[in-house]
Write a protein that binds this ligand. Structure first.
Ligand SMILES: Cc1cc2nc3c(=O)[nH]c(=O)nc-3n(C[C@H](O)[C@H](O)[C@H](O)COP(=O)(O)OP(=O)(O)OC[C@H]3O[C@@H](n4cnc5c(N)ncnc54)[C@H](O)[C@@H]3O)c2cc1C
Ligand SMILES: NC(=O)c1ccc[n+]([C@@H]2O[C@H](COP(=O)([O-])OP(=O)(O)OC[C@H]3O[C@@H](n4cnc5c(N)ncnc54)[C@H](O)[C@@H]3O)[C@@H](O)[C@H]2O)c1
Length: 478
């Protein structure tokens, strides 16, 4: 027996589920939102991901800067109190929970059911013995940290992002396995709280999705903070308080370890959904989706990490914009990541947007790579980040370079995530690079680097004969 029929049923109340359900509810639809964990409204982002990590990073930065003040004659001493750190994080989470909780969402007009959801039929969901039917259903069940078993590490404290914010000590020797954004952001923060941090990755560099130049600069900054990086390496076992690292070459090395963190990528959460009952097909552990995020069951869609394309809170936002458009508009849209940005919140930050070099090559797009460092940027000089770097990909225009549009790029610098926002907008809006020449940047703002780089490109296009003509014309006026 069907308990109730809805315009939309959404499974999962994280970034994916909240956006999809609230967006459709605001358009006047009857929406049911389901989550299996009442403590987890807001999902990973609010509870064990973006929010607590950014609060921790903020405190780590404060501590780091306090220590740097030593060079100015100010001595800072004492131990960091982990309970105070956790308290700060909780307060910040609670502040956001004010508008991400069951009571608030119900007041907004959403129906909410708490419990493990699974498909009952092609268009219905079973939860706690109740059956709900949906005109459409959105799976927004997210992902979980991938974990591995390390022989000998049974009694060693081990963490993932799901447990790290409950930690009650600052490990002396903290081994982070994986050199992706999760380990780097949290590893640097723990290093700043006082841990001796080692980063181990089986790949050959940190942040493998970034331009290799950016990875090298960030690695150098992390090593300057006494963070050790090991590549082409895995933790093969633990012996007492030593982690045995095994390199691809077979060579072994032992490093001290008091705790292990795993930032090894993600596994998708859909095992308990009984997808087969709804005719939803999977392949290699992923739900098969078309470019409209539609599953093999035309009434069922996916949003957020469960879609397994880009795993960011704002990727879920983009999915929801697409889904809501396609539910309500006759003009259907397809996924398009051509201008998608993300930021890794290490210090310095890494901000990446649009298409990278490999994608441009694969699509056969005629592009140019422009690159500059911050050595001659006045703001970088005053604020000590001359090591920063900017890479921008623009269209290659033979005859009128000023008409080139921005295709993508990457910056490493403090606040790179904020600074690069205008490049993201320029890409989305198709702004041509000569427009940057009309913009006056307040002095000294770091974003001026954009204009400097693009101006250099435009000036370099001037041929000697063009300069001759300009010179002759100028002198004619005397
Ligand atoms: C440490 C860390 C830092 C991060 N920082 C950033 C950042 O700065 N910026 C950024 O954009 N992204 C960041 N991310 C990524 C971001 O957290 C995720 O991309 C985002 O939270 C995914 O949202 P989601 O809705 O897809 O999944 P989730 O937030 O995981 O939500 C899924 C929900 O579904 C529920 N659920 C699962 N199965 C069922 C079921 N069968 N029945 C009922 N309910 C179910 C779960 O309880 C959960 O609440 C970070 C991730 C980590 C780990
Ligand atoms: N600021 C942000 O927006 C932010 C922050 C954190 C996470 N995230 C999201 O979360 C996702 C997951 O991040 P992540 O860092 O967990 O995953 P990741 O896939 O980016 O990195 C995992 C790393 O672990 C390594 N690895 C895997 N198994 C290993 C093993 N056995 N031994 C040694 N190394 C091993 C891989 O080579 C890889 O470099 C990211 O892709 C991102 O979308 C975003």
């Amino acid at each position: 027996m069907i308990n109730k029929k809805y315009d939309l049923i959404v499974i999962g109340a994280g970034s994916g589920g909240l956006g999809a359900s609230l967006g459709m509810q605001q358009m006047g639809m009857d929406v049911l939102l389901i989550d299996r964990n009442p403590e987890n409204i807001g999902g990973e982002c609010l509870n064990t991901g973006c929010v607590p990590s950014k609060a921790l990073i903020h405190l780590g930065k404060q501590l780091h800067q306090a220590k740097l003040a030593k060079s100015l004659g100010l001595e800072v001493s004492g131990q960091v109190d982990i309970e105070k750190i956790k308290e700060y994080i909780k307060v910040k989470q609670e502040s956001i929970k004010d508008h991400e909780n069951i009571t608030y969402l119900r007041k907004k007009g959403l129906d909410i059911e708490l419990g493990e959801a699974s498909f009952y039929s092609k268009d219905s969901i079973k939860i706690d013995g109740k059956i709900f039917q949906g005109r459409n259903i959105v799976i927004a069940t997210g992902s979980s940290p991938r974990i591995i078993t390390i022989p000998g590490a049974e009694s060693l404290p081990k963490f993932t992002n799901e447990s790290i914010f409950e930690i009650d000590f600052i490990p002396k020797n903290f081994v982070f396995i994986g050199a992706g954004p999760v380990s780097l952001e949290l590893g640097q923060a723990f290093s700043r709280l006082g841990s001796k941090v080692s980063i181990i990755d089986r790949g050959d560099r940190i942040l493998k999705k970034e331009d290799p130049k950016i990875s090298t600069i960030l690695q150098d900054r992390l090593e300057k903070e006494n963070i050790q990086c090991f590549f082409n390496t895995e933790v093969s076992k633990v012996k007492g308080k030593c982690a045995i690292l095994k390199k691809n070459s077979g060579e072994e090395e032992s490093i001290p370890v008091d705790a292990i963190f795993m930032g090894l990528g993600r596994t998708l959460n859909f095992d308990s959904l009984a997808l087969e009952k709804a005719g939803i097909k999977t392949e290699k552990g992923k739900i098969i989706l078309n470019e409209k995020l539609q599953t093999t069951n035309k009434q069922v869609y996916v949003s957020g990490d469960a879609a397994d394309n880009l795993k960011f809170s704002h990727a879920a936002e983009m999915h929801n914009m697409l889904l809501i458009n396609n539910f309500l508009s006759p003009f259907k849209k397809k996924l398009d990541f051509d201008h998608f940005p993300w930021v890794t919140f290490t210090d310095p930050e890494v901000a990446t947007f649009g298409q990278n070099e490999a994608q441009l090559k694969e699509k056969g797009i005629n592009y140019e790579r422009l690159e500059t460092n911050f050595r001659e940027d006045d703001r970088a000089v005053t604020d000590n980040f001359e090591y920063g770097n900017l890479i921008v990909f623009i269209e290659k225009k033979r005859f009128n370079p000023g008409n080139a549009k921005i295709l993508g790029g990457s910056m490493i610098a403090p606040n790179a995530g904020e600074i690069t926002q205008e490049l993201v907008l320029a890409g989305v809006a198709g702004i041509i690079i000569s427009t940057f020449m009309n913009k006056i940047y307040a002095y000294p703002t770091a974003a001026n680097i954009h204009k400097s780089l693009l101006r250099e490109k435009m000036v370099s296009q001037l041929k000697p004969w063009m300069k001759e003509i300009i010179k002759k014309w100028y002198r004619l006026k005397e």
